[in-house]
Design a protein around this ligand. Structure first.
Ligand code: CA
Length: 237
């Protein structure tokens, strides 16, 4: 249906890449706009209405980090950062400044489409099948922490805590399985909704550290979400 087409902004200075991506996204049923430098990308991101932004890191005029930071001041549109292999360390930084995900060049279109789909689905609040049957409680209380799943709110000691979508879903997932330990691979599948892609484990770690910074008194000595050495994460009973 034409009126429900999702719209994606591709910010990429290499025309060959942006063309291949654009053609493939359009064949997959998306609408696309392309910006070829960081300034143009930022302007389009702020003035257009997009369901997702695919953001290259190395761009003329303004790099992907800067664009991401600026966009995040006003919008929470999902952003997938595109980095070259040699920029691997930059991925983590990208996630820390507010990107939702990343892919590494050269990427396969299949992987890219899966990531795009998962990020849009998550953002639009559509239920992820694998998670749905297990998580349907309206309210979970763990000591000071109250997770109100009707209104998607979290508070601690009566004070509201602002969480991103993924931080919320990660917390909610663990909280609805108190006492169970989950490996990062499992969390990636359950919470992010995609299968184990190489390198994506860092996504779990980064989101976890942001979540802990918000809900724990001392994030280095967490009381709510515990790391079980070489096993995974859990919320104790
Ligand atoms: Ca580039």
């Amino acid at each position: 249906m034409a009126d429900t087409k999702k719209k994606i902004l591709i910010v990429e200075d290499e025309r060959k890449i942006s063309q291949v991506v654009q053609v493939n996204l359009m064949m997959a049923g998306y609408d696309c706009d392309v910006a070829s430098d960081g300034e143009e990308g930022l302007r389009m991101a702020l003035t257009g209405v997009y369901d997702l932004i695919l953001l290259d890191l190395m761009l003329p005029k303004r790099d992907g980090f800067s664009v991401c930071k600026e966009v995040r001041k006003t919008l929470d549109t999902p952003i997938i950062m595109v980095t070259a292999k040699e920029e691997a360390d930059d991925k983590v930084m990208g996630l820390e400044i507010g990107a939702d995900d990343y892919v590494t060049k050269p990427f396969s279109i299949k992987v890219l489409l899966a990531r795009i789909k998962a990020n849009i689905r998550r953002f639009s609040g559509e239920v992820v099948e694998r998670v749905a049957p297990e998580v349907n409680e309206d309210k979970i209380v763990i000591r000071e922490l109250v997770i109100d799943n009707k209104n998607f709110r979290v508070s601690k000691g009566g004070r509201e805590i602002e969480l991103s979508n993924k931080e919320y879903e990660l917390l909610y997932f663990l909280a609805s399985h108190v006492g169970e330990v989950f490996e990062r691979e499992e969390l990636l599948g359950k919470v992010w909704g995609y299968d184990n892609y190489y390198g994506a484990m860092r996504t779990v770690d980064v989101t976890m550290s942001r979540l802990r910074a918000k809900i724990e008194d001392k994030p280095a000595e967490p009381e709510y979400i515990i790391t079980k050495r070489s096993k995974g994460y859990y919320i104790p009973k």
